[in-house]
Design a protein around this ligand. Structure first.
Ligand code: FES
Length: 577
């Protein structure tokens, strides 16, 4: 074999100066039946797979990987699939978010430590997208994203039913005595009736759309259903394209810039995307050493209407969104209003404008007109005040317009356990004008910042037919949830952020238009309460969780571990046999 040093993998497979190492690297690979010519210096493409039977949303990823491989071989590359930690939103306890950063470390080290010149990221369930993007960003070799795609629309007893969103509705109906336990159980398979991730505009579909808006995947990546043949064609094309990207040395940091993040924030507003995008984009930007703050969300999200009429904000589901034109049709509308950085690059080597300017829109009820949107002020609203000096967030499109300006008495729960114990107590001093406050569910407090911010309403309120109240916490909320829910208050209660000072009966004033969130209590009393406050902290003394608690940053910084921020590159020491 001739020595080729063109690509990174040649240091493993084509080194003449370290022949014994080469024998070992190449020789052991041969036990899988790979012929000689695959080690001739051609681009080696890693396929980073989050397949797991315990991550049902990604359960079809071995098949997607096969389509990627076809494309890689077709373009003259050598594909090698490898597994990484798969954080399942539906199964993993205490919360998948606790393991996003751990998974990103696995991804980063697996890419850097192995002979690959480019990598295809197979992502689907909520945390699998940011963890792979974060890990890959820190290595920064040519990278392309392929999402697994959403499940087909749920159908239950004549009704369309959406992942997550349907659960919250059914749960409220069950608690209000409107449906039986049997009705509840029978909805399970009606909701999840095909392979794929949640088919509402929850966090998985939002992050798939963010990957597309950032330019990190081919057009239509987010919305093609998981079982649609076009999903497999896209995977095949992505495999073909990554080989070209290696030849062009088109690394992740050459594709994704601050402009790309600004575009993603705007697209998030237009799709009515999940609040979790705020935290994940901050973490990905941190890895790429791009400065992205809540102020960027305020600046870029302003005046972006929600165009996409999907649950939880609207009516339809991801399957409908794809048939209506998907993310490209949304991007086109934003481009036509000159709202996007049109020269932002994408993985196919074209700009976002070149990719999407001619995108078709086939259904104007699913993807609304810019001038007749689903919600006029979409996006994510940033709230600041003496409860959240570093910010809190709210998704107006999922909230009740009549609660956008509200003053109410706080009903406080010190922990999620206390919430569960007391919420249905008939003696709880609460009415529909109260504001539910939950503490100690932030990054350090829970730990892992669980999706418990959309607290269930008290039964006595639900029985009155009320379905929404203001809720404030340092937690996150599932992207499939809805309601007037203020999340991610920073700093969190567990580090004595001022949320910790709120007590039962205090008056809280929320003004979403002004972006304010204030406790009507004098500053000196807040300070005194904080001095005396004893956070309800988890008892963790060792293991990964201890490292996580010691190093996790606050929500406004993306809740990454402080020592993981930044690019560490792809250089690796040769290991000598
Ligand atoms: Fe996996 Fe929703 S639980 S995407």
């Amino acid at each position: 074999m001739t020595e080729k040093k063109k690509y990174r993998s040649s240091a493993w497979y084509n080194s003449k100066s370290h022949r014994r190492d080469t024998f070992i690297h190449r020789g052991w690979m041969r036990n899988q039946g790979h012929p000689n010519h695959l080690f001739d210096g051609r681009p080696v493409i890693g396929i980073c797979n989050t397949w797991s039977e315990l991550t049902p949303c990604n359960g079809h990823f071995r098949e997607i990987a096969e389509s990627v491989k076809k494309g890689v071989y077709e373009a003259g590359g050598f594909p090698l699939e490898f597994p990484v930690f798969s954080a399942s939103e539906s199964n993993l306890r205490p919360t998948a978010m606790l393991f996003r950063n751990l998974a990103s470390m696995d991804v980063e080290e697996a890419i850097r430590g192995n002979p690959m010149d480019g990598v295809v990221l197979l992502m689907g369930c909520d945390k699998t997208t940011p963890s792979l993007m974060m890990g890959a960003a820190s290595v920064d070799i040519p990278t392309i994203g392929v999402s697994g795609g959403p499940m087909l629309n749920g159908h239950h007893r004549g009704e369309i039913i959406g992942s997550g969103t349907g659960v919250w509705q059914l749960d409220a109906d069950l608690n209000a005595g409107k449906i039986t336990e049997d009705d509840f159980v029978s909805a399970e398979i009606s909701m999840s009736r095909s392979k794929g991730n949640c088919m509402t505009m929850g966090t998985a579909s939002t992050m798939g759309s963010m990957v597309e808006a950032l330019g990190m995947a081919l057009p239509h990546n987010a919305a093609i259903p998981a079982v649609d043949a076009r999903r497999y064609a896209l995977a095949h094309m992505s495999g073909k394209r990554i080989v070209e990207m290696v030849k062009e040395n088109l690394t992740m940091s050459k594709v994704v810039s601050k402009d790309s993040f600004e575009n993603a924030i705007k697209v998030n507003g237009a799709i009515g995307g999940s609040t979790n995008a705020v935290i994940h984009l901050a973490a990905i930007a941190g890895r790429l050493e791009i400065d992205l703050s809540l102020d960027d969300w305020e600046k870029c999200g302003k005046d972006i209407p929600t165009l996409v009429n999907l649950q939880p904000s609207g009516k339809y589901l991801m399957e409908d969104f794809y048939y209506a034109g998907g993310v490209p049709a949304v991007i086109r509308q934003l481009l036509e209003k000159n709202l996007l950085n049109k020269d932002a690059l994408t993985v196919n080597g074209k700009t976002i404008a070149e990719n999407n300017s001619n995108a078709e829109r086939w259904n104007k009820d699913v993807i609304k007109d810019f001038d007749n949107p689903l919600v006029k002020d979409g996006g994510i609203k940033i709230l600041k005040g003496n409860i959240a000096p570093d910010g809190a967030i709210l998704k107006p499109s999922a909230a009740s317009p009549e609660l956008m300006q509200h003053k109410g008495k706080a009903v406080v729960f010190e922990s999620v356990e206390e919430f569960h114990d007391k919420i249905d107590d008939p003696n709880l001093d609460v009415d529909e004008n109260s504001i539910l406050v939950l503490k100690n569910c932030g990054p350090k407090g829970y730990p892992g910042m669980a999706e418990v911010g959309n607290m269930r309403l008290p039964q006595k309120i639900l029985k009155k037919g009320i379905r929404d109240m203001i809720r404030i916490s340092d937690a996150r909320m599932s992207g499939t949830a809805y309601g007037t829910v203020i999340l991610h208050t920073s700093p969190e209660a567990a580090v004595k952020g001022p949320l910790a000072a709120v007590q039962n009966g205090d008056l809280i004033e929320v003004d979403v238009n002004k972006g304010t969130l204030n406790l009507d209590v004098p500053a000196e009393i807040i300070a005194k309460r904080l001095e005396e406050y004893q956070p309800v902290l988890p008892e963790i003394k060792s293991g990964y969780q201890k490292m996580y608690i010691d190093h996790v940053m606050q929500a406004d910084k993306g809740a990454d571990l402080d020592f993981l921020v930044g690019k560490r590159g792809s250089e690796v020491k040769r290991h000598s046999h």
